[in-house]
Design a binder for this molecule. Structure first.
Ligand code: GLU
Length: 449
């Protein structure tokens, strides 16, 4: 990288830190992207001239609102709602809603920034956004969740629309919450606007495969990364962190490919089952009972439950971090590598810390960053938008085929681009460069906006 470009990147990053104080996750996401962009900036001086990177780092709009609701005891509760429209160069804002007590504006900005690159990389006509709230869905009754969602949508509805901004789910937001949110949108606007939100139940406008798409997609991506190295997945051992929607369907697809998945987790601890996890039990606990993963141990006596603990100490060939950001640090990465791990495919957003990523890259193992490996979820949301726009409903097989093709294309684009820019096998660089170039072409075409 030449000196001028290096200095420019440093100065952009300094500005981001200065203008967005107290948002370390956002800083981390920006740094991870811009430090891989040197070679592309050298090739495209027009990006600097038109300040493409500076513009991409500044969200187009940020909405923060009060979400008041009443709990079952009649007490008034106040939460904070967010929706950040990061970039709409390639299509309407698109990205999920996260309901989790840790959510701050900085969290939503990191996720929205990542989403812009991910969505561009998916090849679908969608911009990048994210939203959510610091609402904690844990231990809330169905009535409380419904009242919260209704209050949240009572403000959000005026900012979204099928051609403007299309939310979906993320941590803490599944089909049930999407139902409450869509119901309230329909009621307020007097419009059955299916394309305004994705992740709907297939019973009322949702796409088949959307529920499975992020987890399946992360496995399809892992399969592609191994394929270029001539390695087959069958017979391998995997560890999948998390036990939410992404983790469950990653486990399902891994098992279908003959991989033995021995561990999964929730925020309280992890389960290790030497016989391979029983997915029916996990689905029963998490999807039906909305319980804790510790309940697994009482049913499968050979398994062990470790409260707290680090799931990455469990030896495996393939690791799929599918829980949350920064869940896999440098030390965990070292342990995985020392235990013989050959591939990491991220189902979550930014689950590996920068130190962890470096360990994987130095060790030469296949490392698929979330914005590439988990793009199957949002890509299938875009397929849901297509079906809604044409008032059509596709079969599971047809939609899954499309998802597989999309993941194969994402892998190929990252792989080839990394090679083209002299960073072979660096999927982080490949993903960032492909995403940037697609967004930049549109931004340049639109002028200074
Ligand atoms: N929350 C998901 C993601 O991180 C999906 C977003 C969507 O489907 O719009 O990509």
């Amino acid at each position: 990288m030449n000196g001028t470009i290096k200095a420019r990147i440093e100065s952009i990053f300094d500005q981001v830190i200065k203008r967005n104080p107290g948002e370390p996750e956002f800083h981390q996401a920006v740094r991870e992207v811009i430090e891989t962009l040197g070679p592309v900036l050298e090739k495209h001086p027009e990006y600097a001239e038109y300040k493409i990177i500076e513009r991409i780092c500044e969200p187009e709009r940020q909405i923060i609102f009060r979400v008041p609701w009443q709990d079952d005891k009649g007490e008034v509760q106040i939460n904070r709602g967010f929706r950040v429209g990061f970039n709409s160069a390639l299509g309407p804002y698109k990205g999920g809603l996260r309901f989790h007590p840790s959510v701050t504006l900085g969290t939503i900005k990191f996720l929205g920034f990542e989403q812009t690159f991910k969505n561009a990389l998916s090849g679908m006509p969608i911009g990048g956004a994210k939203g959510g709230s610091d609402f904690d869905p844990k231990n809330k009754s169905e009535g409380e969740v419904m009242r919260f969602c209704q209050s949240f949508m009572t403000e959000l509805y005026r900012h979204i629309g099928e051609l403007t901004d299309v939310p979906a789910g993320d941590i803490g937001v599944g089909t049930r919450e999407i139902g409450f949110l869509f119901g309230q949108y329909k009621r307020i606007t007097n419009r059955y606007e299916s394309g305004v939100i994705t992740g709907k139940s297939p019973a009322w406008g949702g796409a088949l495969v959307r529920k499975e798409a992020t987890g399946y997609g992360a496995v399809y991506f892992a399969r592609e990364m191994l394929k270029v190295r001539g390695i087959d997945m069958e017979g391998k051992t995997a560890v999948v962190s998390g036990s939410g929607n992404v983790a469950i369907y990653a486990i399902e697809k891994l098992q279908e490919y003959g991989v033995k998945v021995v561990a999964c987790s929730d925020s309280a601890g992890f389960i290790y089952d030497p016989n391979g996890l029983n997915l029916d039990t996990i689905k029963q606990i998490k999807e039906v009972e909305r319980g804790r993963i510790s309940a697994y141990q009482a049913i499968h006596r050979d398994s062990t439950y470790t409260a707290g603990g680090n799931i990455w100490n469990v030896p495996c060939d393939i690791a799929l971090p599918c829980a949350t950001q920064n869940e896999l640090d440098e030390e965990s990465a070292r342990t995985l590598v020392a235990n013989g791990c050959i591939a990491v495919s991220e189902g979550a957003n930014m689950p590996t810390t920068p130190g962890g990523i470096k360990v994987f890259q130095d060790a030469g193992i296949s490392y698929g960053p979330g914005k590439a490996a988990n793009a199957g979820g949002v890509a299938t949301s875009a397929l849901e938008m297509q079906q809604n726009a044409s008032r059509d409903a596709w079969t599971f097989e047809y939609t899954d085929q499309k998802l597989q093709t999309i993941m194969r294309d994402i892998h190929r684009d990252c792989y080839e681009t990394a090679k083209e820019y002299g960073m072979a096998n660096n999927y982080v660089a490949g993903a960032n460069i492909v995403g940037l170039k697609r967004v930049a072409v549109a931004m340049l075409a639109f002028g200074i906006i």
